[in-house]
Design a protein around this ligand. Structure first.
Ligand code: NAP
Length: 302
C-alpha cells in the first residue's frame, strides 16, 4: 500500500509528488498520458518567478526528472474509479487496483469543444486545439483562431509568424486576455479581428476542413486551411463526481489547504475551483496538498 496516490502527472501532481516524497512518504503517480499536463504545449513561459523564459516542455521535463530521482513510482495508467474505504482508498485502473492511505486529485482540465457537427472527425484534418503543436503544418496558409482569452490571443500571435493570414474570431467585442498581447496583435498586418461572431458550421472538402461559417447578424463563410479552437478548458473530474463535492461548473471545491470534503482526499491544480489558473498556482496547490496529506497521515499514525 502506498502512503499517497496522486492522480495526474501535470505540474500540480508532480509538485505534490516532490513534496510528499521529500517528506518521506511512499508515492505513486498515475498519469493517463504523458507527464507535464497542459503546460507542455506552451512554447515560452515568461511569468514564472525567477525564470525569464523557459518552454513548458523543458520545465515539465526538469520537474519530472527531479521527481524520478526521488524514486517516486510514476505509472502510465488511467484511473477509472476511486473507492473511499474505512482505512484505505483504492484507485482502480484497467488492469490494476492500487491502494493508498491518502489521495491527491490533480487531474487538470480538458480543452473545451465548440460542440459542432463533425468537430471530432476534423481533429488533425484542419482542426486543432493546440497552435504550438500543430501551427507549423500551416506555414504560408490561411488559419483562424476562435476564443478571446489569453490562449486564443497567444495562439493568434504565434500563428501570425507562420501563417499568411490569421482570423481571430471572438463572440464579444472585447477580449478577456491581456492588453499587452492585444496590443502586439493590433500591430500585425496579417491578423484580422472578427468580433461579435460565433462559428456555426464547418465547410469540409475531401474530408478536411476548408472553411468556417461565421454567424453574427448574418452568415458568412471564410475559407481557411485550419481552425485553432481556444475557448477555454473544462475540469477532468468525471471519476470523482460522485465522490467529492464539485461546484456547478464541475470544479472540485477545496479549502485553502487543498482539502476536499472527504477526509484523506486532497486536490490540487486546474481541476479545482480557484481564482487564478496559472503555473504558479498549480505548483502552490501541489505543495500545499502534499503537505496536508503528509500531516493527515502523520496524525493518523499518532
Ligand atoms: P479563458 O480565459 O476561459 O477564455 C476562453 C475564451 O473563449 C473566452 O474569451 C470566452 O468568451 C470564449 N469562449 C468560451 N466558450 C466559448 C464558446 N462555446 N464559443 C466561443 N467562444 C467561447 O481560457 P484560456 O484562454 O484557455 O485561458 C485559461 C486560463 O489560463 C486563463 O486564466 C488565462 O489567463 C490563463 N493563461 C495565461 C497565459 C499567460 O499568462 N501567458 C496564457 C494562456 C492562458 P467570453 O470572453 O465571452 O467568455
Amino acid at each position: 500500500m502506498y502512503d499517497i496516490i496522486i492522480i495526474g502527472g501535470g505540474i500540480a501532481g508532480l509538485t505534490s509528488a516532490l513534496y510528499a516524497s521529500r517528506a518521506g512518504k511512499s508515492v505513486l503517480v498515475l498519469e493517463e498520458a504523458s507527464y507535464g499536463g497542459a503546460i507542455i504545449n506552451t512554447l515560452d513561459i515568461a511569468n514564472y518567478p525567477g525564470i525569464s523564459h523557459i518552454s513548458g516542455y523543458e520545465l515539465a521535463t526538469n520537474l519530472y526528472e527531479q521527481v524520478k530521482e526521488l524514486k517516486v513510482s510514476i505509472v502510465n495508467e488511467k484511473a477509472l474509479k476511486i473507492k473511499n474505504m474505512r482505512n484505505k482508498k483504492q484507485v482502480i485502473t484497467k488492469n490494476n487496483v492500487y491502494e493508498g492511505k491518502a489521495i491527491i486529485l490533480a487531474t487538470g482540465r480538458n480543452n473545451r469543444k465548440l460542440g459542432l457537427l463533425h468537430e471530432d472527425e476534423l481533429i488533425g484534418k484542419g482542426l486543432s486545439y493546440c497552435a504550438t503543436c500543430d501551427g507549423a503544418f500551416y506555414r504560408g496558409k490561411v488559419v483562424s483562431v476562435v476564443g478571446g482569452g489569453n490562449t486564443a490571443l497567444e495562439d493568434a500571435l504565434y500563428l501570425s509568424t507562420i501563417a499568411k493570414e490569421v482570423y481571430l474570431i471572438h463572440r464579444r467585442d472585447t477580449f478577456r486576455g491581456d492588453d499587452i498581447t492585444i496590443n502586439l496583435l493590433k500591430k500585425k498586418d496579417n491578423v484580422h479581428f472578427i468580433f461579435n461572431s460565433t462559428i456555426s458550421k464547418f465547410k469540409i472538402t475531401d474530408h478536411r476542413l476548408s472553411g468556417i461559417v461565421i454567424k453574427n447578424s448574418q452568415e458568412e463563410t471564410i475559407l481557411v486551411d485550419a481552425l485553432f479552437v481556444a475557448i477555454g478548458r473544462e475540469p477532468k473530474n468525471e471519476i470523482v463526481k460522485n465522490l467529492v463535492k464539485l461546484d456547478d461548473n464541475g470544479y472540485i471545491i477545496i479549502n485553502q489547504k487543498c482539502h476536499t470534503n472527504i477526509k484523506g482526499i486532497f486536490a490540487a491544480g486546474d481541476n479545482c475551483r480557484k481564482s487564478l489558473y496559472q503555473l504558479v498556482t498549480a505548483t502552490s496547490d501541489g505543495a500545499i496538498a502534499a503537505e496536508e496529506a503528509v500531516l493527515y497521515l502523520n496524525k493518523k499514525k499518532g
